[in-house]
Design a protein around this ligand. Structure first.
Ligand SMILES: N[C@@H](CCC(=O)N[C@@H](CS)C(=O)NCC(=O)O)C(=O)O
Length: 216
């Protein structure tokens, strides 16, 4: 049995939770907030979430976890069988995480957590996120899924990240840069959110966000 550690407001946590559900892998969730506390650092080297416990030990970094799940539980595959298509799927994931999500992340302290981000940072992030989204639009097929007719790991990664990046850019710039740069993204998000497991992950995220803000 896999244990998934983290918080349901985290897009990386939701990526893995949703993958576990779509692959029909049994798991339990345990609430752990990111921390520099020794108990967390022993299981996740930078104190980040998500991380998982397997029969063999702990594993951190969501992409390493996703690929481990695919290797260890080959049923209900999330990656295409064809090597080139698998490569395209990995290319898409690397691109969205490196050139879009990781850049936009610098806005979250203000967009979500009541902090403030320097105008200089906002300007720099905007330029880089727009470049990242322009590149992503070239890779994304949306016919109807991220990379074509088959639901895949690309979707499992795209939905939690693009939803959050769209929200954060709307809050900071008054414009949803995801919607502006990826034609057809709203219909895609609606399609994904009609999937029962995505609905469940979305509902859990909404409840966790409400609880988080009620505590502040
Ligand atoms: N590359 C990591 C990123 C995970 C990540 O940044 N998680 C956030 C929550 S969404 C976190 O733990 N942040 C705390 C920190 O950066 O110290 C992954 O893919 O798992």
């Amino acid at each position: 049995m896999i244990t998934l550690y983290g918080v349901a407001i985290s897009n990386y946590y939701n990526k893995i939770k949703w993958a576990l559900m779509e692959k029909e892998i049994a798991f339990i969730e345990e609430l752990v907030v990111p921390s520099q506390n020794e108990a967390v650092l022993k299981r996740s080297p930078l104190g980040k979430v998500p991380f998982i416990k397997t029969n063999e030990g702990y594993l951190s970094e969501s992409q390493a976890i996703l690929e481990y799940l695919e290797d260890a539980f080959p049923e209900n595959p999330l990656y295409p069988a064809d090597p080139f298509e698998r490569g395209k799927c990995r290319e898409f994931i690397q691109h969205i995480e490196l050139n879009v999500e990781l850049i936009a992340r610098r806005l979250y302290s203000e967009a979500l957590f009541g902090g403030s981000v320097l105008q200089e940072t906002k300007d720099e992030v905007r330029q880089k996120v727009e470049a990242g989204l322009t590149g992503l639009a070239k890779l994304m097929k949306l016919s109807p899924y991220a990379l074509g007719s088959q639901f895949s790991a690309a979707d499992v990664v795209a939905w939690p990240h693009l939803q959050l990046v769209g929200f954060a850019t709307q809050k900071i710039y008054g414009q949803n840069l995801v919607v502006e740069h990826i034609p057809g993204i709203e219909a895609y998000i609606a399609l994904i959110e009609s999937r029962p497991y995505a609905k469940q992950v979305g509902n859990d995220r909404a409840a966790a966000l409400a609880a988080f803000f009620a505590k502040k």
